[in-house]
Design a protein around this ligand. Structure first.
Ligand SMILES: N[C@@H](CCC(=O)N[C@@H](CS)C(=O)NCC(=O)O)C(=O)O
Length: 213
């Protein structure tokens, strides 16, 4: 199995955590998102993923984009260490939390959005930073409230799920953009709990072979 990703990509980070939690061996293929205008725009990569975004998973002759679709595929492919609760209502709740992060926070702060703000709309660095912080805070405020209802040791009770995967990767991104995380004690507690687990440690951006330290 091959994972096309980039060490600092939030969405690829999610898939790496899932692969390690499931205990699935994989090869990482680095797609540098900045070098030469971004390797995600190369013809070869575009053939594989016409969205020009990472990650893409290749499993034999099957390839798949969208991190949450990939995680769901991995979860169904290997039944060990389920990433969703079995009860359908709990499953839906976990999925909603993951989507609160993956749909409501992450896309607004993605590289191509930031590039468009800066290059096409001539938004200043200060205004771009304000944009990033605004949308992260809007999302995190809601998630902190949700976690007040659902959290135990992790986002949903005491079992690691896809919601934790999304949360950890998003909070890493928030720190990268110097977003003040002090108003979110529950989020911080859960992220710390997750980051003690070997699968999360292996998946850390800094622990990838293409990381720039
Ligand atoms: N919804 C997609 C998002 C993928 C995505 O936005 N990937 C980012 C990195 S986290 C990317 O490739 N950005 C490149 C760009 O914006 O040009 C997923 O979950 O896989």
């Amino acid at each position: 199995m091959k994972l096309y990703g980039y060490w600092r990509s939030t969405a690829a980070y999610r898939v790496r955590i899932a692969l390690h939690l499931k205990g699935i061996a994989f090869e990482s293929v680095s797609v540098h998102l900045v070098k030469n205008g971004g390797e995600q725009h190369s013809n070869d990569y575009s053939e594989l993923n016409p969205n020009n975004l990472v990650p893409t998973l290749v499993d034999g002759d099957f390839s798949l984009n969208q991190s949450l679709a990939i995680i769901d595929y991995l979860d169904q492919r290997n039944s060990d260490n389920a990433l969703y609760p079995p009860d359908i209502k709990n499953r839906a709740k976990v999925q909603a939390l993951a989507l609160d992060i993956a749909c409501e926070i992450h896309p607004l702060n993605n590289l191509r959005v930031q590039q468009y703000l800066a290059n096409s709309l001539a938004v200043t660095d200060e205004a771009k930073q304000a944009w990033v912080e605004h949308w992260m805070n809007v999302g995190f405020i809601a998630i902190e409230r949700q976690l007040g209802i659902s959290a135990g040791q992790y986002c949903f009770a005491d079992t690691v799920s896809v919601a934790d995967i999304c949360l950890v990767a998003q909070v890493y991104n928030a720190h990268r953009f110097n977003v003040d995380m002090s108003p979110y004690p529950l989020i911080n507690k859960i992220v710390n709990n997750c980051n003690e687990l070997p699968a999360f440690i292996k998946a850390l951006p800094e622990n990838q072979s293409d990381a720039v330290r």
